[in-house]
Write a protein that binds this ligand. Structure first.
Ligand SMILES: *Cc1c(COP(=O)(O)O)cnc(C)c1O
Length: 716
């Protein structure tokens, strides 16, 4: 019996809803799944595709017979149909002449929902949020990425604290993906010549509202065993794996869109991983008779490149011999010499001359940007050598659009309800208008504090359930339950820190002066606790060392159970943490954090930031909506920087944060703290919404690119 057969006629569109990730950011749709079978909803960690497979026929019949459920169902279906129809969107109304164009968006990772674990961190979440807001605003967006059958790894941290990576084969039947079929009903494949092999990929289709996302998967029969592995895992494999993946994404992605009939007016490379698409676009033009120099101009006219990190290791670069091997013959097809070809991506690395996947798109795309104002400036300086003839970094043509986050995804239901009541029922539609957020002052302190307390308590239950399950499954010994947060105290000031454990993020900075930290966390009257979570890249041993360090502090009796480490951080845990802690901590080594987005998600839920003045926080901090760590300046001496930042953090905790949090009135409400919470919501929600970000992209990059206004920046 198929799922469709099992579903009663009155609610027969549930499978359609489950297959469109639109449900994940729509409160009524979430509520519908919850009501269908709450225990299973929790058990599946909010996976409606799986829920529909295992839910009993009795539950389905009962739901279909329940008038209240059916009314909600009907409402959700009307909402979904409205959200899917293209006519009345912001984009169609603002740019009616461009509504039939296509914006193609390429990314290595997409973090849309936990049921599709094809993301590792901020970059992926940003892409996912981009697809969702693209749907909300009605952008003509089509996205290309990879379907990784084993996704990103699941993290296990045994009692010794050294992270282990567990790979699980995703059950495709449980994921909101469908094989793509052509008009004859045949499965769509694409193939790309990579070196001297032909690599085929199957195409999966994902519905993110009205945004289409296509995912390439090389695990198909006619590929060699090593090529079948090409898309098996995210950021996996050394040797020539990465260059082959990037050829597949960039070149295969263009071929895919062409085969589906798309003629994108904008090609957006989200990070350099997909930048080989530029070479494919050039080749198309040259093969159809355009001279190379002219082809370069035409490609630049419609291409946008976004760089996401100032960390040098974050920019892929391939040795010349590798380029020779995989691109042999390309220069002839492009009508240029081998040297001219190599020059397109040339950049000196510390190990020698290489083909750099950031230099390539900086040279060939018409628009380039960083992801915060500071990151734009840092990037202009970092890459100015790519632009011959430009000496002054200020003249380097890399602009910036500060990142944002998808508000409906990250704002908790409890906050949503308060915003409905006090900001106005149309607050989602007007989310990027700073004026409506003035009304935040109307929310009574009691109600906001109550909502926060509920969210904090949900976080604690989430942690306890997770730990209990691990213990019962034999994955944890009892001491690990404590490390996992069993001892956390609902009444104590709770600081959250969660993100990838890249070393520049300095997760262990707060332990720098252990005695001072002990005094802060162990204070009997005003205790402080810190909840950590995050994965280190499986090949990043220094990052794993930092996890181990934090883990050992969490285990140590010196800190008395005030430190916890939550294993296997993902989007699901991220929501609980960012909505449920009291303060969100971020202490990267400035200026390495290009933007950072987790702090925005916390801030919108009334969780103020305590953060280094780096990335978005340089723009976001206004003196009243949270706290800075350190100064807005550069350091040459990193040891000095660590000490200064750590001391600044302790000072602020001791003198400002802890006293403010514990200063309660007769009703037990911290009135001064409420001011900071409200200011945090008011100042960040409109400004750091994905909606504001996408409108900036549309106005400053997409529309000019649609009109063909991109110019080559390097002309020699
Ligand atoms: C938002 C988010 C990130 C990004 O965190 P940063 O602090 O910006 O590095 C990483 N992982 C998950 C699961 C997220 O939701």
């Amino acid at each position: 019996m198929t799922i469709e057969d099992k579903i009663p006629a009155k609610i027969k569109r549930l499978p359609e809803l489950a297959q469109n990730l639109w449900w994940s950011w729509t409160p009524n749709a979430r509520e519908l799944w919850r009501r269908l079978d709450y225990p299973l909803w929790r058990e599946t960690e909010h996976n409606p595709v799986k829920l529909l497979q295992i839910v009993s026929s009795e539950s389905l019949e009962a739901a279909a017979a329940d008038g209240a459920f059916r009314r909600l169902y009907d409402r959700v279906m009307i909402e979904m149909d409205k959200a899917m129809s293209a006519d009345s969107s912001w984009f169609a109304e603002t740019y009616p002449d461009l509504a039939n164009d296509t914006i193609a968006y390429f990314s290595f990772e997409f973090g849309i929902h936990n049921t599709l674990p094809i993301y590792s961190g901020g970059l992926g979440i940003l892409s996912g949020d981009h697809t969702k807001e693209g749907s909300d605003l009605g952008l003509p967006l089509v996205c290309v990425g990879f379907m990784y059958p084993q996704g990103y790894f699941r993290q296990r941290v045994p009692a010794h604290g050294w992270q282990e990576a567990v790979y699980q084969h995703l059950d495709f039947g449980d994921a909101p993906i469908q094989p793509l079929h052509d008009e004859n009903g045949d499965t769509v494949f694409i193939s790309v010549k990579i070196g001297d092999e032909i690599v085929s990929a199957k195409v999966w289709s994902v519905k993110v509202g009205r945004t289409k996302l296509y995912l390439l998967d090389t695990d198909v029969e006619n590929n060699s065993p090593w090529n079948r592995e090409l898309t098996s895992r995210l950021y996996y494999g050394g040797g020539d794996m990465r260059i082959k993946q990037e050829m597949l994404l960039g070149i295969g992605g263009v071929k895919l869109l062409r085969s589906l009939g798309y003629q994108p007016a904008v090609w957006h490379m989200n990070e350099g991983h997909s930048a080989f698409l530029l070479l494919e676009l050039l080749r198309e033009k040259v093969l159809s008779g355009t001279p190379f120099a002219e082809a370069k101009k035409e490609v630049a006219a419609h291409t946008v490149f976004t760089t996401h990190t100032p960390v040098p290791a974050g920019h892929d670069a391939f040795a010349p011999h590798m380029m020779e091997r995989f691109f042999w013959g390309w220069w002839d097809q492009l009508g240029i010499s081998r040297d001219e070809f190599m020059k397109l991506g040339e950049r000196k690395q510390d190990w020698g001359m290489a083909f750099n996947m950031t230099a390539l798109p900086l040279r060939l795309s018409g628009f380039a940007n960083g992801v915060s104002k500071l990151h734009g400036a840092v990037s202009r300086d970092m890459w100015k050598d790519v632009y011959s003839g430009i000496d002054n970094a200020d003249d380097v043509p890399i602009s910036s659009v500060t990142n944002g986050v998808h508000v409906p995804t990250w704002v908790a239901g409890e906050m949503w309800a308060l915003f409905d009541k006090y900001i106005g029922p149309d607050w989602v539609a007007r989310q990027d208008d700073p004026l409506i957020w003035q009304r935040i002052a109307d929310i009574p302190d009691q109600e906001l504090w109550r909502a926060h307390e509920i969210l904090k308590s949900k976080l604690m239950s989430f942690l306890q359930n997770k730990e209990r399950r691990r213990w019962v499954n034999g994955q944890h010994d009892p001491t690990q339950l404590m490390v996992g947060g069993m001892l956390l105290d609902r009444d104590a000031l709770t600081i959250g820190f969660a993100r990838r454990f890249a070393t520049y993020k300095r997760a262990a900075l707060i332990f720098k002066d252990l005695d001072r930290l002990k005094r802060i966390v162990l204070d009997i009257n005003r205790p402080v606790q810190i909840l950590f979570a995050g994965k280190a890249h499986p090949a990043d041993d220094p990052g794993k060392h930092v996890i181990q360090e934090v883990y050992n502090y969490a285990k140590s009796n010196q800190l008395g159970g005030r430190i916890a480490f939550l294993e296997d951080y993902d989007m699901h845990a991220a929501r609980y943490m960012k909505q449920g802690v009291d303060v969100w901590l971020n202490n990267p080594r400035r200026p390495r954090e290009a933007s950072g987005t987790s702090g925005m998600k916390a801030a919108m839920n009334g969780v103020p930031n305590l953060s280094i003045l780096d990335g978005w926080w340089v723009e976001g901090y206004n003196g009243q909506n949270g706290w800075p760590i350190g100064e807005n300046r550069d350091y040459a001496d990193t040891e000095q920087q660590d000490w200064d930042d750590a001391n600044s953090m302790y000072d602020t905790l001791e003198n400002e944060i802890v006293p403010l949090y514990y200063n309660r009135d007769r009703d037990g409400i911290p009135r001064g703290w409420m001011e900071v919470m409200k200011e945090s919501i008011r100042s960040t929600t409109p400004e750091f919404s994905m909606r504001r970000m996408l409108k900036d992209y549309v106005e400053n990059l997409y529309v000019p690119a649609m009109r063909g206004e991109g110019k080559l920046k390097v002309t020699e």
